[in-house]
Design a protein around this ligand. Structure first.
Ligand code: F6P
Length: 471
């Protein structure tokens, strides 16, 4: 945490930054909290983009103000060097982020709809879509204003799918890239969207010189949509860049004192000598936490020999709590975990240890002591947890991995692979992972870790930049 005094004055006075590398994303690298005494605290985030961009000079990150603290920071002219936060009208932002990005585009790409009743594209949807256009236009205009001649602009994710097309019109001199961190929907599912909206989204991304994805599968799905709906991808190049784990950072951070403390606390909770099945996720609909719990219950039910010998350590951190469907899902995760503990628990053994408060040091502690990692999303762009656990694991960890995670393309051959909807098969996979011979588990972990770090964040970012400038 840094205080307001540590932050730099904003580079805003009508003078454009003339940056040569610009990144645009909804969530930026820093967020502000407004204290009761009026103070502003800045919290810096991590992740692939933060790490990747650190390798570049002469850069600007354009992001949205997300909460009251961020908005106040913009009003007071407080900003980190190299970051411009856009104070888009709060209602417009809520429509664009909660209404369209998270409730429509996220649902389409992760195929989350219960289609007998949803989606419904009505007048309310059209109203929110107009906000989504306004929000994308605010980004396009800010980028057009800030970019130096011929600069490279890397636009991130479904939130900003319309930006490349809008920016191309404003500044034809720029090199524009778009990167999707999510899966891309297959064409039959993408066509749930109203036809004009589907076309507008594809044209928006095709405004970029390059559209890039985390895996070949998602890139092919995008090409499939463009081909069938528009007749082709036009002049836009398609790229694949499979973001890897940041081994140097993770290994260093995972051996700091606070992580050791949390390992001791977790061992206390799980009990001596017990095996652990670890999962760490945002409480996100696509992460399939509930079916993971049901598979664990099936394991305890069908293979009683595991009772008292294993603990499911499940970290499910809050996400998108403005949306009722996420709040309901969070409640369901708690309910099923409680149910398992009530049904199978006994003095000295709590079958499920569920933590819902975000704590990065505790996540790393769980990574280190996991015997089995459960990563079973119903659909996921990549899933970095699947890559991080083998890198950090102290004594080798068997990975139970969904074939619907992007990480499956790189890690599938050394994981125990599951269909995420098949709870019985997931229970059998957990048993297989728990009984894997020590030498096999160690050898697989070594290969998983090598595959996981093949493309570290800085290289991932620089590769995109090089390709954008070259193509
Ligand atoms: O997976 C796509 C992604 O944009 C990630 O980059 C990020 O972890 C998440 O979704 C964003 O979540 P939020 O809605 O909390 O910003």
């Amino acid at each position: 945490m840094v205080s307001e005094h540590d932050a730099q004055p904003a580079a805003r006075s009508g003078v454009r930054s003339d940056a040569q590398v610009l990144v645009a994303s909804n969530r930026g690298p820093v967020s502000y909290t407004l204290g009761e005494d009026g103070s502003l605290d800045a919290r810096r985030g991590g992740g692939g983009l933060v790490s990747g961009l650190s390798a570049v000079d002469d850069k600007l990150w354009v992001c949205a103000a997300l909460g009251a603290g961020d908005r106040e920071a913009v009003r007071r002219g407080v900003a980190e060097q190299g970051v411009r936060m856009l104070d888009i009208d709060a209602e417009v932002h809520a429509d664009a982020y909660n209404g369209i990005a998270n409730s429509v585009l996220w649902f389409v790409h992760h195929m989350l709809y219960q289609t007998p009743l949803e989606p419904v594209f009505d007048a309310e949807f059209r109203r929110q879509w107009a906000s989504f256009e306004t929000y994308n236009r605010a980004f396009a205009e800010a980028l057009a204003e800030e970019a130096g001649q011929g600069a490279a602009v890397l636009v991130q994710d479904y939130h900003l799918a319309l930006v490349p097309g809008m920016l191309r019109e404003l500044r034809p001199d720029l090199r524009i890239g778009h990167f999707s961190h999510t899966p891309w929907a297959p064409v039959d599912y993408f066509r749930l969207l109203p036809d004009d909206i589907a076309e507008q989204l594809l044209h928006g991304i095709l405004g970029a010189d390059r559209a890039a994805f985390l895996t070949r599968r998602w890139a092919d799905a995008f090409i499939g949509c463009c081909t069938q709906i528009l007749g082709g991808t036009g002049r836009t190049r398609i790229g694949v860049h499979g973001l890897g784990a940041d081994a140097d950072f993770l290994r260093r951070r995972a051996h700091e004192a606070d992580v050791d403390e949390r390992m001791a606390a977790l061992r206390e909770q799980t009990g001596p000598g017990r095996r652990t099945i670890v999962r760490v996720d945002r409480t996100e609909l696509s992460k399939n936490i509930v079916r993971g719990l049901l598979a664990y219950r099936a394991l305890l039910d069908e293979r009683p020999e595991w009772r008292e010998r294993v603990v499911h350590v499940a970290f499910a951190y809050p996400s998108r709590q403005d949306l009722a469907v996420y709040r309901d899902y969070t409640a369901e995760v708690r309910r099923v975990a409680d149910e398992i503990n009530a049904e199978y628990g006994m003095p000295g053994w709590t079958p499920v240890v569920l933590h819902v408060k975000d704590d990065f040091a505790r996540s790393l502690a769980a990574y280190r002591l996991a015997d089995v990692a459960l990563v079973n999303p119903i659909r996921d762009g990549m899933n970095l947890v699947a890559k991080e656990i083998p890198v950090v694991s102290d004594h080798g960890c068997a990975l139970v991995l969904s074939r619907e995670a992007g990480a499956y393309e790189e890690l599938g051959s050394d994981a125990v692979v599951v269909n995420p909807y098949d709870v019985s098969a997931t229970a059998a996979a957990l048993h297989e992972a728990l009984t894997m011979a020590d030498d096999e588990r160690a050898a697989r972990t070594e290969r998983l870790a090598a595959a996981a770090v093949a493309l570290p964040p800085q290289q991932w970012f620089l590769d995109q930049l090089d390709a954008l400038r070259r193509d």
